[in-house]
Design a binder for this molecule. Structure first.
Ligand code: DX5
Ligand code: ZN
Length: 221
C-alpha cells in the first residue's frame, strides 16, 4: 500500500491536536515534518519544537525532511526523537556519504532528497546505502505549489536504479501532490506520497487518503 503522509506545514497550527486526530481518523499513521532554516530555502518553518509536539501526541509516526544547510548539526538531536526517516538534501552537504552513515548509526533510516534541477545520477554511488529517496516535485520551501510534471521521468529513473539493488528502496514524492499527480507519481514508482495542501484542504480527508493509498507501485516493495 502507498504510504500517504500529510505535511504538517499545511496544518492549522491553532488546532494542531485536532489536525493530528484527523490524520488518524483518515486511516493514516504518519506525518511529514518539513524543517526549514531560511538559508537552504527562502522560508522558515519549525524545528525540534514541532517534532516534540508530534512525539507528545504519540499516535503518529513521522519523517523529517531537513531543508537546511549543514544538516549535520541537527541530526543527533533529531535522532533522539526517533523519526522513521531523516531525509537530507543532496544539495545541502559536502559529505553526503558520511552523513548517511551517521544517520544510520544514530538508529534512523536515511533518506536523501533531490531538488527539481538535480539529476538522479548523483545518487548512484550512495544508492546501496539509502533507505529512501525523496523526489522534490516542487522547488522546496513552500507548500501549495504546482506539481512539476517533468519530474515524472526522474521518479521512473530512480525506480529503475532501485531495481538493481538487492533490497527495497522507498521512493517518496513531495510537492503538489493531488489525486492526479499522486497517481502519476505512483505509476512511475513512488511508494510514499507527501500531501500538504491537498490533504488539509480536502472536504473529505479520509476519502482523499484512501484514494491515494489505493494506488499500487511497480512492485518494488
Ligand atoms: C515543500 C515541502 C513539502 C510541502 C508540500 O518544500 O517539502 O513537504 O509541505 O506541500 P504541498 O503538498 O502543499 O505541495
Ligand atoms: Zn517536504
Amino acid at each position: 500500500m502507498i504510504v500517504v503522509s500529510p505535511s504538517v506545514l499545511a496544518a492549522d497550527l491553532l488546532f494542531l491536536h485536532e489536525e493530528f486526530e484527523s490524520v488518524v481518523q483518515a486511516g493514516l499513521d504518519s506525518v511529514h515534518l518539513d524543517v526549514m532554516d531560511g538559508h537552504f530555502v527562502p522560508n522558515l518553518s519549525y524545528g525540534l519544537n514541532m517534532v516534540h509536539a508530534v512525539k507528545r501526541y504519540g499516535q503518529l509516526k513521522f519523517d523529517c525532511h531537513l531543508m537546511v544547510t549543514e544538516p549535520e548539526r541537527y541530526i543527533v538531536d533529531l535522532a533522539l526523537m526517533k523519526p522513521e526517516f531523516i531525509t537530507v538534501h543532496y544539495e545541502a552537504t559536502n559529505h553526503l556519504h558520511r552523513l548517511i552513515y551517521r544517520i544510520k548509526e544514530l538508529g534512523c533510516q536515511a533518506g536523501v532528497s533531490i531538488n527539481p534541477a538535480t539529476s538522479p545520477e548523483v545518487l548512484k554511488y550512495v544508492m546501496p546505502d539509502l533507505d529512501m529517496v525523496l523526489v522534490m516535485t516542487v522547488n522546496p520551501g513552500f507548500g501549495g505549489q504546482q506539481f512539476i510534471s517533468t519530474m515524472l521521468p526522474k521518479i521512473a529513473a530512480i525506480s529503475e536504479m532501485a531495481i538493481s539493488r538487492n533490497r527495497p528502496l522507498s521512493i517518496q514524492v513531495d510537492g503538489g501532490i493531488t489525486l492526479d499527480s499522486g497517481r502519476a507519481a505512483v505509476r512511475e514508482g513512488a511508494t510514499h506520497l507527501v500531501a500538504g495542501a491537498s490533504f488539509f484542504q480536502s472536504p473529505d480527508r479520509a476519502a482523499f487518503a484512501r484514494a491515494l493509498q489505493q494506488d499500487r507501485t511497480r512492485g518494488l516493495e
